[in-house]
Each structure stands twice: as C-alpha cells, then as structure tokens.
Design a protein around this ligand. Structure first.
Ligand SMILES: C[S@@+](CC[C@H](N)C(=O)[O-])C[C@H]1O[C@@H](n2cnc3c(N)ncnc32)[C@H](O)[C@@H]1O
Length: 296
C-alpha cells in the first residue's frame, strides 16, 4: 500500500529527513538514514529494512512501482524532478532517487554468534571516520562472506548517507554492531520495548572489550597492521572462526585495540608506500580469508 504525492517543497514533517541530509548526526540519532541512487534504493526496497518514504522523478515511478507495492509497510512516495530536488538538498545527484529507511535494532554479540555458521568470519573497524571508506569496506565484507561487522566506538556510522551509497546498498545484508550508537538520544522512549532499554540502548562496551569477549568465545582476532614484521598475509591462518580488525585512515589501529588482538598481520608492500587505503586492504585480506575457506 502506498500513497503518491507531487511535492514542491520539503515543508511537510514527513519530508524533514530529506531536508536534514546535511545534518547526518540528527538522522542517526533518530534511527533513520537516507539511501541515494537507483540501485541503492532498489536494494533497500528489496531488503528487510523498514522503509518510510521514497522521493523520485516521475519517470522512475513505473520502474519502482512493483518493488514499492511488494513492501509490507505503507510507504509515502513523493514525486519531484531532479533539478528541483537538487535545489532543496543543496548538492547535485546523479538520478534524483532517494529513500528514507529505518536503522534496524542492533543484534547482540550472542545473536551474531548464534546466527552465523562456523567457521565464522567477522570484521571490526577501529576509529574509521571516513564514510566513503567505511561504505567500500562494507561492500568488500558482503562480497567475501563476512557474517557481521563491529563498528568501534570512535568510528562513523555505516548508515551515513555517503557510507550507504558507497556500500552500493550491501549494508542492507550485513548484521552490524555499532559500539558508538547515538540513536534514541533525541526522543523519548515510545514503546514498552524502548522503555525497558531494549531498543534505545547505547552499548557501553569498547571495541577492545568486544574483541576480548570474542576471543574468550574462541574467535581469533587478527589485526590488519602495515607496521608488523611478525607475519605477512600469506602466512596467516583464516580457516577457523576469526575477526579481522582494520584501523583508521590517520593513525591506524589504536594501541588498546592492537593489544586486544591475538596477532598482527601485514600485506607486504613496496617501501615506497606507507600503507594501503583501508578499503583496498580489506579487499586483499578478505579475498585471502575467503580463498582459504574455499569460497573463491
Ligand atoms: C590508511 S591505513 C592506516 C595508515 C596509518 N597511517 C598507519 O600507519 O597505520 C588504514 C588501515 O588499513 C589497513 N592496512 C593498510 N595497509 C595495510 C597493510 N599493508 N597491511 C595490513 N593492513 C593494512 C590497516 O588496518 C590500517 O590501519
């Protein structure tokens, strides 16, 4: 079931998420995100994520109609031309197709361990603040069979618009534990579930604590670290349950997180280069992990 309306402004409260696209923290706190582009919005509509609304130029309506009609929830569909939308959101868009989705309740570590088949493959990111890099890393995770992503307390959210866009919508397939969750701060709990704290929780654990907990449950934590001379990628063993940890663009993996890992492993490189982009490093590590597991 859906309702269609032509719009000429973002004044209606339902359209506020589009008007606040340049204030991503506000959206994150409200537990919503904006998906952008034809492919990403199609993937959102095909996913289990709840969708609130879609904005698109009229010429795309017939293309999107079957996916919108197949959704279980009522969705508001707003028609607006690309030029007009760009004027309102303040940046240029390729196709002018946008949607607002709802960030799902985060799974617990127990859920993730219970729901992933061994040998488990997880990824963790420490202080990764560039949303585009995080989106590219998410895409690599899904491409190589990662079963869950742990996002450290000082990292960006993978549900920022640029991260969702760079993931090409693969984020809708990856269970995520965010350790810096700010959701629910702006609003009062509305349901009894929220009042008990089940949905409006802010996990107080740090990434280092989470990695120690994973190790206690038999998951080997492997730091992807360009500065180690102890082990190179071809010597690393990814055949059992493991979590590969990637660091930030500026400082790499923090000492506390490195200390919480079982070992550090480097991709050997020319001495002329200090490190790879984190998305590229993730593709190399995850390909090797998938290869050892017979998935590539
Ligand atoms: C841009 S690099 C970090 C550079 C940072 N200046 C440093 O010295 O660690 C971002 C992340 O990508 C991964 N990475 C990049 N190059 C790597 C390599 N050659 N071996 C292992 N991991 C690498 C690491 O997880 C690293 O923390």
């Amino acid at each position: 079931m859906f309702h269609i309306e032509k719009i000429s402004s973002f004044d209606s409260p339902d359209l506020q998420p589009y008007a606040t696209m340049k204030r991503p923290l506000e959206q994150e706190r409200q537990g919503i995100f904006v998906a952008e582009g034809v492919k990403v919005v199609r993937r959102l509509l095909e996913s289990h994520f709840a969708v609130a609304s879609v904005v698109l130029p009229e010429k795309w309506l017939d293309d999107f109609r079957p996916r919108i009609e197949a959704r279980p929830e009522p969705i508001a569909v707003y028609l607006a031309e690309k030029k007009f939308l760009e004027g309102l959101v303040g940046f240029s868009m390729f196709q002018g197709v946008l949607a607002v989705g709802k960030i799902p309740a985060p799974p617990s570590l127990d859920d993730i361990l219970r729901n992933s088949r061994p040998p488990r493959l997880f990824v963790a990111v420490d202080a990764l603040t560039n949303a585009e890099n995080l989106g590219a890393l998410v895409r690599n995770c899904v491409a190589f069979g990662v079963q869950a992503l742990m996002v450290g307390e000082t990292s960006s959210s993978p549900y920022l618009r640029r991260a969702v866009r760079n993931s090409m919508g693969t984020i809708f397939q990856l269970p995520v534990i965010e350790l810096n969750q700010r959701r629910g701060e702006l609003r009062e709990p509305q349901t009894s579930l929220e009042k008990t704290g089940t949905r409006v929780t802010r996990p107080s654990e740090t990434l280092a604590q989470t990695l120690r907990e994973l190790r206690a449950r038999g998951v080997r934590c492997i730091a992807a670290h360009p500065h180690t001379d102890k082990k190179v990628l071809s010597q690393a063993d990814f055949s059992g349950d493991c979590c590969i940890v990637f660091g930030s663009e500026g400082d790499g993996i923090s000492p506390a997180v490195l200390e919480a890992c079982d070992e550090a492993v480097a991709i050997p490189m020319s001495p002329a280069v200090d490190s790879l982009n984190v998305g590229a490093a993730a593709a190399v590590f995850l390909y090797e992990a998938a290869r050892q597991r017979g998935h590539c």
